[in-house]
Design a protein around this ligand. Structure first.
Ligand SMILES: Cc1cc2nc3c(=O)[nH]c(=O)nc-3n(C[C@H](O)[C@H](O)[C@H](O)COP(=O)(O)OP(=O)(O)OC[C@H]3O[C@@H](n4cnc5c(N)ncnc54)[C@H](O)[C@@H]3O)c2cc1C
Ligand SMILES: NC(=O)c1ccc[n+]([C@@H]2O[C@H](COP(=O)([O-])OP(=O)(O)OC[C@H]3O[C@@H](n4cnc5c(N)ncnc54)[C@H](OP(=O)(O)O)[C@@H]3O)[C@@H](O)[C@H]2O)c1
Length: 390
């Protein structure tokens, strides 16, 4: 990782010929695994060159990455459909292609949905599948879809295979995936960095892998190009006044945009205090960017760091537990005008942190739950409470 550069003027806003419709093929500079040996997590740090893209971005923005499907997943779908992969098919807006190439590059060949199964039902004429799609079988459909992919549905409902044209008719276009940008353009001019958790799990007797996260983990090597575009996020921004304190809550990959925030504030020699709450499973293996945080603390670019390693003791300890332990000071920072940011898991973490924030205000201000909720709501309305959760 390149060292943080000295303060420079903000990047000019550039217009680019590249974007959503014409992604930029960015060269991969470096990829490395942030977790130590023995970790059950696989979190990658990736660096790409934006030289020649004309892209500009701000901390808080996301990067959209266009992956390709893994060769073993393509092979499994072709086998399930009882095809060879050498069939020629027509890809909309692209032209004629070999089936195997189109499955790799153009289509979402994994994610199951009602829309996919409805098209498969037409292609296969399966009575069992029609039953599963009936109006009164919604729960059964949900249960079937959980942990399964398109390859399972083809095996289950079209056991004798389907034609190449019928197969591609069931797929949607392969969508890009978004990642919070983990770098400041002032600290790393012409580069963009990501922090990506590889999604891998086993279900219904098969090893599964997330399309884009394992494309980045398994297939992308230094020197390879990766198609991408910037997805701006105006709702996740550093305060306009750099003297404003910031509180950042980012467990796991949620820490990504806060690396960008702290680098940016260092590069602009911002005057405001900054406080990071980070959490992951184990101190020894999963302290993402540990050395960088220690350097930022030492140089005063990060004022406070509180960490919660959930699996280093018998009971779980999470970032919101650390917030509650530091309730007095956290509330003081809020009263001084601090902006409060949360990034990472939307399902559980973000709502638990939200509840903890309300409890802190309730107890520290000595007000009712309703009054504390309205204090936090006001933080949101005045854009002092921003979330980037997924
Ligand atoms: C604004 C935004 C910012 C983001 N920033 C980041 C970031 O900085 N870093 C990061 O790593 N990710 C980030 N994400 C998430 C990222 O976009 C992808 O969703 C993630 O990488 C998974 O994509 P994939 O293609 O690897 O997996 P997919 O192929 O999309 O598969 C994921 C799906 O697999 C299924 N699944 C996963 N685990 C299991 C399981 N255990 N059991 C059963 N089913 C399961 C679920 O249906 C899940 O939706 C962000 C998302 C958004 C919207
Ligand atoms: N679909 C889901 O339910 C779900 C849940 C989590 C993450 N994810 C996804 O998994 C990917 C990788 O995740 P990640 O590497 O960013 O890490 P992560 O799985 O979010 O975990 C980071 C840390 O947060 C802890 N954590 C778990 N539940 C929490 C809660 N309710 N409140 C606060 N902290 C909590 C974890 O502890 P423990 O693991 O020890 O509990 C771990 O220490 C992301 O794409 C994320 O969206 C999905």
């Amino acid at each position: 990782m390149a060292p943080v550069a000295a303060a420079v003027a903000p990047a000019p806003v550039l217009t680019s010929e590249y974007g959503k419709k014409n992604p930029f093929p960015a060269e991969t500079i470096d990829t490395l695994i942030l977790n130590g040996e023995g970790s059950s997590k696989e979190t990658l740090h990736l660096e790409f060159s934006l030289t020649g893209s004309g892209f500009s971005y701000e901390p808080g923005d996301a990067l959209a990455v266009l992956p390709v499907n893994a060769p073993d997943v393509v092979k499994a779908v072709i086998q399930a459909a009882k095809l060879s992969g050498g069939e020629e098919i027509e890809v909309k807006n692209v032209g004629k292609k070999l089936l195997a190439d189109a499955l790799r590059e153009d289509y979402d060949i994994t994610a199951l949905s009602r829309a996919v199964l409805t098209k498969l039902a037409e292609a296969s004429s399966s009575a069992d599948l029609q039953k599963l799609l009936a109006e009164d079988a919604k729960e059964k459909l949900k249960e079937y879809n959980y942990g399964r992919e398109i390859v399972d549905a083809i095996s289950d409902f079209a056991p004798n295979g389907i034609s190449a044209d019928a197969l591609v008719s069931i797929f949607r276009k392969l969508p890009p995936r978004l990642y919070s940008i983990a770098s400041s353009p002032l600290a790393h001019p012409d580069e963009v960095h990501l922090t990506v958790a590889a999604v891998r799990y086993e279900s219904h007797g098969r090893q599964r892998k997330g399309v884009c996260s394992t494309y980045l983990a398994d297939l992308v090597k230094a020197g390879d190009t990766v198609p991408m575009f910037i997805q701006p996020n105006k709702n996740f921004r550093l305060p306009a006044d750099d003297a404003t304190p910031i509180i950042m809550v980012g467990p796991g990959t949620g820490v990504a945009p806060f690396r960008a925030f702290v680098e940016h504030r260092a590069a602009t020699e911002a005057k405001g205090k900054s406080w990071l709450f980070f959490g992951d499973q184990h101190y020894t293996y999963d302290f993402l960017y540990q050395l960088e945080w220690q350097d930022q603390l030492k140089s005063g670019n990060l004022t406070r760091l509180d960490v919660a390693f959930s699996r280093d003791q018998p009971e779980k300890v999470y970032v919101q537990d650390r917030m509650i332990q530091q309730a007095k000071e956290l509330y003081q920072w809020l009263q001084e005008g601090a902006h409060f940011y949360v990034c990472g898991d939307a399902n559980r973490m973000a709502s638990d942190v939200h509840q903890a924030l309300i409890s802190i205000v309730e107890n520290q201000a000595g007000i009712s739950r309703e009054a504390a909720e309205s204090y936090v709501e006001d933080l949101k309305k005045s854009k002092r409470y921003q979330r980037d959760v997924y």
